[in-house]
Ligand binder design. Sequence first.
Ligand SMILES: [Zn+2]
Length: 538
Amino acid sequence: MNGSPEKKRNTFFFRWIIHLFFFNPFFFFQNATAQDSLVARYCKSILPEETRSLLEVLTSDSLEGRETGKPGQKKAAEFIAGYFSSLGLKPVSHGTFFQYHPLSITANHGFNFEVNQQYFLFMKDYFYLDGYADTMIVLDTMIFVGYGISEEKYDDYSKMNVTGKPVMFFNGEPQNKKYLPGEKTKPTEWSTSWKKKLAVVYEKRPSLVFIICDSLDLVIDSLNYSLHMEEFGRLNHSPNAIPVIFITRDMARNFYPELTEEKPGESKNKIDRRGKPQSFVSKSSAFIRLVSITGQLKGQNVFGLLEGTDKKDEALVISAHYDHLGKADSVFYPGADDDGSGTSVVMELAQVFLQAQKGGHPPRRSILFLMVSGEEKGLLGSEYFVTHPPVPLKQIITDLNMDMIGRTDEKHDSLGIRDYVYIIGSDNTSKELHDISEKNNSLYPRLRLDYTYNKPGDPNRYYYRSDHYNFAKNKIPVIFYFNGTHKDYHRITDTIDKIDFEILCKRAQLIFSTAWELVNRSERVRPDFDREFEKADH
Ligand SMILES: [Zn+2]
């Protein structure tokens, strides 16, 4: 199975022994010991009571079983993001810790919005709040009105009759000294400025309003969380509501196929340069089917970055899913093990890595602490993450994923073994990764590593059943940590009192020491995907 890489390693090993012997027999040994004791020291900061207090919040009534797209999941996301922020992790997704992902491709899928023979995607290219009736709209013209501002000294609508026609304008205001809007809008507070713009444009009764945004993610974020937007939501529901659709700059460009310049971006630049309106009308062809329900289509990944030092362009992902099954009537599914356990550990690991950084031991590579939603609905959050990665996929060195790591299963209970964890993926995706995992385990937590589910063709197919699989599909090495299943799996009895926090933290220590080596070693681990698992994929 692993003939040729072994041979190369043996040669290297031999040369290294000679080097060690003749040149500096103690250097490596001392260094390794120092590293090991450092890792052991930080491992001891992974505390059962800390993971418990995190899990208490995640499994509390108010989070209502964390079902993706529901208020409980949003509260969980807020909690995790708040925690990441308090630690000092960096937001990577347009200044927020959130990344929204569609939950279902059936309710607003790819064929609802066509502009000049090109299709656009809900939430990726455009976005609107639900509330409109299901309607089809066909456009043959488009009016560009700069920033959509109508003031005494500066009026984007002068000489433009927009009644009954679609209009399009940029978010924000002219970046020109001649234009004095009173106060400049910060990108994160833009919602206050366009409330005023909407009042202006509603008076003029256009058929449709498009707002061009630099970051659609930021808009979606604001629409979900800003109190200003509640007001906007009510406007939507009124009988003579005018649909307001947010679009990306790239999409806006497609409305003007006959114009050679990059319209309307070029017009925006002219306004910024000259401080004068640059409105124009153009022929265009678009077809839009508005769907009445978009609200429950959003899931939300939460991630924070700990930046590395000399190898910061490469990143290790440490992941778990924080969503669960939600509630039915008056009962909710707490999902303490699935996957509250993994979620609390990712949060705890983030805290310990930050502590190490503050103690003068920052990681050489970056670490992305990733909490996905949509797992219980079909690995949707992680799928969205790998198709819209905040760092290029080729820079992601490995994904260490945990899903259910706070309990023990019947097999091990009957053998009286608590100190174990199932390891899935490692040697099927990278032999080096597998060796690092084994070595670190033998140094510190010394768990029994159970590879039962790692065998190609295993009927349980766990390799394909949690979020790491979306990374493995992209040839990124993975380890999936798992405690096996139990009778409370996907039941309301998956409660916090059944979590064994001591064993949870031992497993966390293995993940920590493995992660430590992965981010600090000189070479990134080599992917090794020519094995049987891949052939079993379908
Ligand atoms: Zn799970």
